[in-house]
Design a protein around this ligand. Structure first.
Ligand code: GLA
Length: 378
């Protein structure tokens, strides 16, 4: 952390008091169901965002990033409310606002989670700030409450109607495990995910595309699910079975029906995936991952040609399963592959992208890593 504290000192003329870190995530399965009281199974990746923070004696909040050293954002704490100025700084301001912080702060961010890749760089940023403030200001807020506070920051300050998955996993993940999260109660179970022991690898394919639909498309899909929930007079998609949904099909528009079918079937797939992992049945896990993709592509319609190409090519190369992850319309896909097939899968996907005239994809692999943490800077 030498360079972060040195940059902090040269920028602000003092040492940081607290340094924190929070990871991005991939999601094994359980997509677009966190806002429907669903269950999800993400894990934290090794890439993380660091925050260095010190209290100020006045009411100014200053925010800078190691990635954009030329720009220092300054605002009075009294003006930190939804609708304030700021670009990416709003993710930081939103957390300050939702934690009801009243003192001035100097903040330096250093992010290494790829932005726009569907790996939750925004949640990593929010959570790095949240755990740092929790320690610095002695707020004593539980991880569950921090997840709700950071989600509120994104919903109400940034204006993105996301669910609670990304923030929860960034805060609560354990190394070596995927996190089974009940998105209603925020209770969790750590599910060991040791693919390497079984000669497997989880390949992350960043399509490097970010379609314009992202935010509007997300809100529109969520709206359809919510109107279906209302029409069917259930508390959430969690209360529905596929059979009950089919019986009520005529009460819904065809679109609401399809969105709801994705939600209900995806919740079941998460439970089935946990069962498969418990007996190390990776073939079954792979099939569930691929069915999740089909449902996101056909029923929820949040995939795109680049994601479909990555998934199909990985499957053609022998992947056990593959699917898009995150919000969709671009970002990343995952493929559960034999470790020995890593190189040939990467080459095949790169070739398929070139042939289709798509941007060159990027590849990552990451074992499940630890959630956020903060420490005083000595
Ligand atoms: C985005 C949101 C999450 C979740 C996923 C889809 O990452 O931030 O809350 O809804 O999309 O599963």
């Amino acid at each position: 952390m030498g360079s972060l504290s040195n940059t902090f000192e040269s920028l602000y003329g003092c040492k940081p008091q607290v340094i924190s870190e929070a990871p991005g995530r991939v999601n094994l399965i359980g997509e677009h169901i966190d806002f429907s009281d669903g269950f999800v199974l993400p894990y934290a990746i090794a890439d993380r965002t660091h925050a260095a923070i010190a209290r100020r004696s006045d009411s100014l909040v200053r925010i800078a990033s190691n990635q954009r050293k030329d720009h220092l954002f300054t605002i009075d704490i009294a003006d930190v409310k939804p609708g304030s100025a700021g670009g990416w700084e709003k993710y930081v301001l939103g957390v300050i606002w939702s934690l009801n912080v009243k003192s001035g702060l100097d903040i330096l961010i250093d992010g290494s989670v790829p932005v726009g890749a569907g790996l939750s760089s925004s949640a990593a940023l929010e959570c790095s700030v949240a755990v740092a403030l929790n320690l610095l200001l002695d707020l004593n807020i539980s991880l569950e409450e921090l997840a709700r506070a950071t989600q509120r920051a994104e919903n109400e300050y940034v204006g993105m109607p996301c669910g609670i998955m990304d923030q929860s996993v960034s805060l609560m993940a354990h190394a070596g495990s995927a996190l089974l999260l009940d998105c209603r109660t925020l209770s969790t179970q750590q599910i060991p995910f040791n693919v390497a022991e079984h000669g497997l690898e989880l390949l992350v394919i960043d399509t490097q595309v970010h379609h314009a639909l992202v935010d509007g498309g997300y809100a529109e899909r969520r709206g359809s699910v919510e109107s279906a929930t209302e029409k069917l007079a259930v508390r959430s998609m969690r209360e529905l079975s596929l059979e009950a949904l089919d019986n009520a099909r005529n009460d819904l528009t065809p679109e609401e029906y399809k969105r709801a079918r994705h939600s209900v079937s995806e919740i079941t797939r998460v439970h089935d995936a946990v069962e498969a992992l418990e007996v190390s049945d990776f073939k079954k896990l792979g099939e569930l991952i691929s069915s999740s993709h089909d449902s996101l592509r056909d029923d929820y319609t949040v995939s795109c040609p680049e994601l479909n190409c990555a998934v199909q090519t990985a499957l053609n190369e022998g992947a056990l399963g593959a699917r898009m992850i995150g919000g969709g319309f671009g970002g990343s896909a995952i493929a559960l592959i034999q470790a020995r097939d890593l190189e040939k899968t990467r080459i095949a996907i790169t070739d398929a992208f070139t042939e289709a005239g798509f941007k060159k994809p990027r590849f990552f692999t990451s074992l499940p890593s630890q959630g956020a943490s903060a420490r005083f800077f000595a």
